[in-house]
Write a protein that binds this ligand. Structure first.
Ligand code: SF4
Length: 208
């Protein structure tokens, strides 16, 4: 199916939201806006989801938005695919889905939203349009509990933590020091996540 997904604003999406106070709703709206503005580069403006799944997401969380956002006519162009970083994106989705707390399609969509948020250069919460680290933590704790618990005691910055998991899975030693406690990069990996310090993954890794 050919499709053309229109970029929309957070406020426009939220005007269609079924539950504007819901954390997943806010995450989806934030990621969709960030992708539309080019602040993150997921595989397409639909968070890397197939067209059908993206329309299903919109219909569940933002009723009435999909007819205006998604042109699925025969004449629509499939121009929203950006092939770069696809392996990295899929590795992140796989990592999250391996740790999912339930089999719901909503949790699967959220995995794509988190992976999309990792395709930006700011803190994960900022690239997902969320108000702060606690909002990211709450979603990870509920929907990807096993992954959340791996970071609970350490409080590594979330984007750093997810990429560190990919390195560990691939048995890649990307860290410059034998342990975090003696590493010069400590403040870049841990500590407060605020808008003053941007976070960018150091390593792009593909897990076979
Ligand atoms: S603090 Fe240093 S050793 Fe620890 S995860 Fe960060 S880069 Fe690696």
């Amino acid at each position: 199916m050919n499709t053309n997904i229109q970029a929309v604003s957070y406020d426009w999406l939220m005007a269609h939201a079924r539950s504007p106070e819901d954390g997943m709703t806010m995450a989806f709206a934030g990621v969709i806006q960030s992708a539309g503005k080019g602040e993150i580069q997921p595989p397409n403006l639909g968070m890397g989801l197939s067209v059908n799944k993206f329309i299903e997401l919109l219909d569940q969380y933002f009723p009435g938005a999909s007819p205006e956002m998604c042109d699925v006519s025969d004449k629509a162009e499939s121009a929203d695919c950006l092939p770069f970083r696809m392996d990295e994106f899929q590795d992140l989705v796989e990592l999250l889905l391996e740790h999912r707390s339930n089999d719901s399609e909503q949790t699967e969509w959220l995995a794509y939203a988190f992976a999309s948020g990792c395709m930006g250069k700011d803190h994960l919460y900022a690239d997902m349009g969320l108000p702060g680290r606690p909002a990211v933590s709450a979603l990870l704790e509920f929907h990807f509990t096993a992954l959340f618990l791996k970071n609970e005691g350490r409080k590594m910055k979330w984007k750093k933590f997810l990429y560190k998991q990919l390195c560990d899975r691939a048995e890649i030693k990307a860290c410059p020091a034998p342990s975090c406690s003696v590493c010069d990069e400590y403040r870049n990996c841990f500590g407060t996540e605020d808008s003053a310090v941007k976070v960018q993954p150091d390593v792009v890794v593909t897990v076979a």
